[in-house]
Design a protein around this ligand. Structure first.
Ligand code: AMP
Length: 352
């Protein structure tokens, strides 16, 4: 157990790390972060920030020396960089290895009985043409690694689209488009002894491949799949010996939940839990990795709506506070680039 007062290392310098560090500070922990990004947003809330390349093993070793436990907020940390912190990592790095590659992740989840969209590995134009023949259109070509928020994805409506596409120089997966009724995620926290707690699942709406809103209640199209989706997410967590918060994203279809992808970390679709649940995803992640008991994950209001604040929408973010039931979170990013997540607003809905 890492007792309050101890030091938690966070790999990554984005908003997830920032919100983790805020939750950790509340319980008396001190956080230090490691990130190659000079524009990190953890500096305001972390005791120290190491700004170094992932591959700088000396810097990583110096970082490790200061930490009682190390976690990540960013899942594309190169596996090769983890040597010096490996013994301190929670969750176990096998979760990163599984989730860093879309093909791996789909095969892993299918072995546990989950169902993914039809998919084929694609590494050349010929393989793309074969994939289109096997799976048909519409579909999406995705890079296996390093994609997020719709980046590294190409929608293919007809085979003619594929002919005009310049293929990325990286392994990809072609997926059939799933005609879903809704999207949702299952977010759970698991302790080292296998105790699990689930938050309510929101209905998630995406815009241009990026999460736009997460809403509770999620509605029947989502709720009727929760038993099956939670069972699968629980099995994934057990199979990985997972410690911390884990997220699985699903499409809700009339035939059942279709697995989309997993994130071995706290997730944007769980930001509502800061005010909307008795214990937030960030707090329970910190509790789990420090060996403390999990807090109650119950939703505290009849409804919740979380809206991401993206790009220039941050310029008048204070308008969200016109509604006293809404809580504003800004991540302290200096530049509001188009498509950049700048913050989010969580509205607690008391009268449905
Ligand atoms: P991803 O980064 O894979 O989560 O994709 C981002 C968003 O694109 C998803 O949340 C969906 O809205 C959409 N999307 C991705 N893959 C598919 C698919 N196979 N079928 C339908 N929609 C998809």
């Amino acid at each position: 157990m890492i007792a309050p007062g101890g030091t938690i290392g966070i790999l990554g310098g984005g908003q997830l790390g920032r919100m983790m560090a805020i939750a950790a500070a509340q319980m008396g922990y001190r956080c230090i972060a490691y990130t190659p990004d000079k524009d990190h947003v953890v500096g305001d809330v972390c005791h120290d920030v190491f700004v170094n390349r992932w591959e700088d093993t000396l810097a990583m070793a110096a970082f490790a020396q200061k930490c009682g436990v190390v976690t990540w907020e960013f899942e594309n940390v190169p596996a090769a960089a983890l040597g010096p912190v490996e013994a301190l990592l929670a969750p176990h790095p096998r979760a990163l290895e599984t989730a860093q590659d879309r093909l791996n992740e789909k095969r892993f989840v299918e072995r546990l009985g989950g169902r993914a969209a039809p998919f084929v590995a694609v590494s050349s134009r010929q393989e793309l043409m074969d994939a289109l023949e096997r799976i048909g259109t519409p579909g999406i070509l995705k890079t296996c690694r390093d994609g997020y928020d719709g980046k590294g994805q190409w929608r293919i409506a007809t085979s003619r689209d594929a002919e005009g596409l310049s293929l990325p120089d990286a392994p990809c997966v072609y997926e059939g488009m799933v005609p879903f009724e809704a999207e949702f995620s299952v977010i759970l926290a698991r302790t080292a002894t296998g105790t699990k707690a689930f938050w309510d699942s929101t209905a998630n709406v995406h815009k241009d491949g990026m999460l736009h809103t997460s809403t509770l209640p999620a509605g029947d199209a989502v709720e009727r799949h929760l038993g099956e989706a939670r069972r699968l997410a629980g099995e994934v967590a057990d199979a990985l010996g997972y410690v911390g918060v884990l997220t699985l994203e699903f499409f809700a279809t009339p035939q059942g939940p279709v697995f989309n992808e997993m994130a071995p970390r706290v997730h944007n679709s769980g930001h509502w839990t800061i005010e909307g649940a008795a214990t937030s995803q960030f707090e329970n992640h910190i509790r789990a990795i420090c060996g403390l008991p999990l807090g109650d994950t119950r939703t505290v209001s009849p409804g919740v709506v979380m809206t991401n604040i993206v790009g220039k929408d941050a310029d008048d973010a204070a308008r969200w506070l016109d509604d006293p039931a809404t809580h504003l979170h800004l991540y302290g990013k200096a530049k509001a680039r188009e498509g950049r997540k700048m913050g989010h607003a969580t509205q607690l809905v008391w009268d449905l």
